[in-house]
Design a protein around this ligand. Structure first.
Ligand SMILES: [Zn+2]
Length: 331
């Protein structure tokens, strides 16, 4: 199969075009914005400016909180709450969305994090019929289900922001997740910041959101205005540094072995569906971002993706059964 010779993305990758030199449009975008994307001082000052604006706005609104952060039990969301509270001096409201896929590991980490971080926390449980309907539709139409969790997280964060008049939502998407399909500045931080749910969802789902707007299945909460910022677009820290920091500060527990996404029991199903639908593992785009930015060599990324491919091409039948039972519509 043909690949971008710089980042290794396959030509089957969604939205990819190769130029005559065999370099993809995502590499070209990165190359032409390298300076802005690697100027750490400037990035942090953009973030700081938004934090100050939000504090002022919260005061004007008479809000009890300055920012809202989703807490999944994974390292990134926990780290962000710590930083927003201690480094940026914000009054944080945390919330957790019960999506039906949480693990014992994730729940324990949430419990510990809330105990140590001492922030208010809201738990949202979406009604069963809605969850089952969304997940089964998404699997049927797109052979994927992570999009449902993303959308629900975003939807409830904007809903809460509206209700509590919170001006800022901080999310834990990694640089890899933010830039994996960036070929244009539209909807890409720090070039464009989103001020409502539709703009924010555009960052993740692209033109699909334009198509779905006005469709009765999707409420984009047009009345809610809140700034959404991806913490890791403005701060440079490795996964290892994040984990070591949290272990030291709050006794956070790492997932056992090399398990990724320890906060979702169905992750292997997401991988299996990606392999079946696209022919490549879930983190293919994220790995290409690492290669582009020089944090990893092409060979290292290939090796990791090959391991994912090996690990997830066959998924335990019991897991498939459990997953299907979890999303099946009830009669
Ligand atoms: Zn490329």
């Amino acid at each position: 199969m043909e690949h971008c010779k710089r980042c290794g993305l396959p030509v089957s990758y969604q939205g990819i075009h190769l130029d005559e030199q065999g370099v993809c449009n995502f590499c070209a975008f990165f190359e032409s914005h390298k300076e802005e994307l690697s100027n750490q001082e400037q990035l942090e000052s953009i973030f700081q400016r938004e934090v100050e604006k939000a504090k002022e706005k919260a005061k004007e609104n008479g809000a009890a909180y300055d920012c809202l952060v989703g807490l999944s039990g994974g390292k990134d969301s926990t780290y962000i709450i710590y930083q927003m509270k201690h480094r940026y001096g914000m009054r944080v409201l945390a919330f957790t969305l019960d999506n039906g896929f949480s693990t014992e590991y994730g729940r324990k980490n949430i419990e510990n994090a809330l105990d140590k971080l001492d922030v208010d926390h809201i738990r949202i449980a979406v009604k069963e019929s809605e969850l089952r309907s969304l997940y089964s539709k998404c699997v049927r139409l797109m052979h994927n289900f992570c999009s449902v969790c993303f959308h629900l997280m975003h939807y409830y964060s904007f809903l809460l922001a509206g209700q509590y008049k919170i001006p800022l939502i901080v999310n834990g998407r990694t640089k890899g997740q933010i830039y994996q399909s960036a070929a244009d500045v539209r909807g890409i931080e720090p070039f464009e910041l989103s001020g409502n749910l539709k703009e924010f969802e555009y960052q993740m789902f692209g033109r699909l959101i334009d198509k779905l707007e006005g469709n009765s299945c999707l409420d984009l909460l047009p009345q809610v205005e809140a700034r959404a910022l991806s913490y890791f677009a403005y701060h440079e820290i490795s996964e290892e540094e994040t984990m070591a920091f949290l272990e030291r500060k709050i006794g956070w527990k790492r997932p056992e072995g090399k398990i990724k996404h320890g906060d979702c029991w169905a992750h292997a199903m997401a991988e299996k569906m990606s392999l079946e639908k696209h022919g490549y593992p879930v983190r293919t785009g994220e790995m290409a971002v690492m290669v582009r930015s020089g944090k990893m060599t092409l060979e290292e990324a290939d090796k990791i993706l090959e391991e994912d491919r090996q690990q997830f091409s066959q998924v335990d039948e019991e897991l498939v059964q459990r997953f299907n039972d979890r999303i099946r519509m009830r009669k």
